[in-house]
Design a protein around this ligand. Structure first.
Ligand code: KIV
Ligand code: ZN
Length: 516
């Protein structure tokens, strides 16, 4: 069957979501998950944008072997060269170069003209071909570009050596009807597309909530690559959601007549990990991966599903890897059974990581009688990004109550050596904890978001706290999990402080790299 290539840009466009910055180990973790999901192309970053982005594209290129690893570049010589260097170690590497094609962008943003845009596009595609045979060209803001110039630019880019042509709906302006026609027209008017086996690609933003519908319309019009992100994260309202496109193509193969190579059973785990690492929560009612996506509340629906699943379920939850939430392990489970379960859940951990997570699992089993898959998953999620931890929580004591002044005493360890202690009062216990941590670490930031949820069920359930901080260096998120919600709150704040510290280190490295 004809296949649609899935181009995932979670690590590039997705990471452009405010506050979603990922550290290098976190990006590597996501890249490995995308590879095991069978994503065809991973857009790993924008190498010219920072030393950190260059390094992460390079390391992903060194690590990933089954997916094409792609680096983004403007149609600017230094961008192309930097992307070319970053993807050099890849078994299969791609340069994705873009330039604006709409009048409004050319006139107001580029302050240029069509002839110059065309010349730059051609020259930079040719330069990119010196680094790799796999070159993608994007006409940015294609959906607001006049057809004559768009076709002229695309033709020239193909002549120059582009093998994939992307027609992005950069500002989320298109309608499915227009976007479908745009692909069908260009195929009809430019025979070079079929003659050279050029892949046409869609790239949709969700400003009007039509990103997925538009991407699917592009497939109907002849696109055979779809650019998307896990959970639909991305610039502004986000990008088209990978899981929705994949499951729409699979569930409605009868309509679309095409499928992707995606290993759908890995979708849920990838969605969870991306949500955890970026701190961007998945809405409960989100299609395919939301908590309610397979929950039947109405009595009539429940009755129907019990009699025959297909009455109200068009997808089997297990087909996208939703865990059954069965009781899985207990206090007496051994290391081998634990390792086995971790593998069944789809994670690959080093011996050292297994040892650390197993010890935390044992400690949790002492506090909590019933342990579910999700308990293990949150412990593993907390393990990612540990390498960057500068501050560690040693102890926490909180005094609170009616007519009492909330007071917290916090002890922290700095990079495994110095131990510092301080105490503070606050408007409430969480405020007191955050103020004590701020006094010790010296990090001054305003709390802009605080959310708490029970990870599993029952009164012993672990509490997960997700926070957002506004800091002079930008917005940063943090997450903490514990059976004690005040400890989870402290851990969430510390994870944000640790991310801030590593982000500051990366920033310093970028400034030192004066060539960029
Ligand atoms: O939205 C957009 O146009 C982009 C390009 C860089 C492809 O992200
Ligand atoms: Zn985009």
């Amino acid at each position: 069957m004809d296949s649609v290539r899935i181009f995932d840009t979670t690590l590039r466009d997705g990471e452009q979501s405010p506050g979603a910055t990922l550290t290098l180990p976190e990006k590597l973790e996501v890249a490995k998950l995308l590879e095991s999901l069978n994503v065809d192309i991973i857009e790993a970053g924008f190498p010219i944008s920072s030393e950190g982005d260059f390094e992460s594209v390079k390391q992903i290129a060194q690590t990933v072997t089954k997916s094409v690893v792609c680096g983004l570049a403007r149609c600017v010589e230094i961008d192309i060269r930097r992307a070319g260097e970053a993807i050099k170690p890849a078994k299969m590497g791609r340069i994705h170069t873009f330039i604006s094609s709409s009048d409004i962008h050319i006139e107001h943003q580029l302050k240029s003209d069509k002839a110059t845009v065309l010349k730059r596009g051609v020259a930079m595609v040719k330069l990119a071909r010196e680094y790799t045979d796999d070159v993608e060209f994007s006409a940015m803001d294609a959906t607001r570009t006049g057809e004559t110039f768009l076709h002229e630019l695309v033709h020239a880019a193909i002549e120059a050596g582009a093998t994939t042509i992307n027609l992005p709906d950069t500002v989320g302006y298109a309608t499915p009807t227009d976007y479908r026609a745009m692909f069908a027209n260009i195929i009809a008017k430019l025979p070079i597309i079929n003659e050279r086996g050029i892949i046409l690609s869609s790239h949709c933003h969700d400003d009007l909530g039509m990103a997925v519908a538009n991407s699917l319309a592009a497939v109907e019009g002849g696109a055979r690559q779809v650019e998307c992100t896990i959970n639909g994260i991305g610039e502004r309202a986000g990008n088209a959601a990978l899981e929705e496109i994949v499951m729409a193509l699979r569930t409605r193969r009868d309509h679309y007549g095409v499928d992707s190579r995606i290993e759908a059973r890995k979708i849920y785990q990838t969605s969870r990990t991306v949500s955890t690492l970026t701190g961007l929560a998945v809405p409960r009612n989100k299609a395919v991966v939301g908590r309610n996506a397979f929950a039947h509340e109405s009595g009539i629906h429940q009755d129907g599903v019990l009699k025959h699943k297909n009455t109200y379920e068009i997808m089997d939850p297990s087909s996208v890897g939703v865990p059954s939430n069965e009781l899985v392990m207990g206090k007496h489970s051994g290391r081998a059974a634990f390792r086995d379960r971790v593998t069944q859940l789809g994670y690959t951990l080093s011996d050292e990581q297994i040892e650390r997570v197993f010890n935390q699992f044992k400690a949790l089993a002492d506090k909590k009688k019933e342990l579910f898959d999700e308990d293990i998953e949150v412990l593993i999620d907390s393990e990612f990004g540990r390498e960057n931890a500068v501050w560690e929580l040693v102890s926490l004591q909180v005094m609170t109550g009616t007519n009492a002044i909330p007071t917290a005493t916090v002890t922290l360890k700095h990079t495994g050596t110095e131990v510092s202690q301080d105490a503070s009062v606050g408007d409430g216990p969480v405020d007191a904890i955050y103020s004590a941590i701020s006094r010790i670490t010296g990090v001054k930031a305003a709390l802009t978001d605080y959310r708490i949820r029970a990870v599993t069920v029952g009164k012993e359930a672990q509490g997960e706290v997700q926070i957002a901080l506004a800091h002079a260096d930008g917005d940063i998120r943090g997450r903490g999990v514990s059976t004690d919600i005040l400890e989870a709150s402290a851990l969430a704040y510390l994870s944000a402080v640790n991310r801030l510290t590593s982000a500051a280190t990366r920033k310093r490295q970028v400034t030192q790299h004066s060539g960029v």
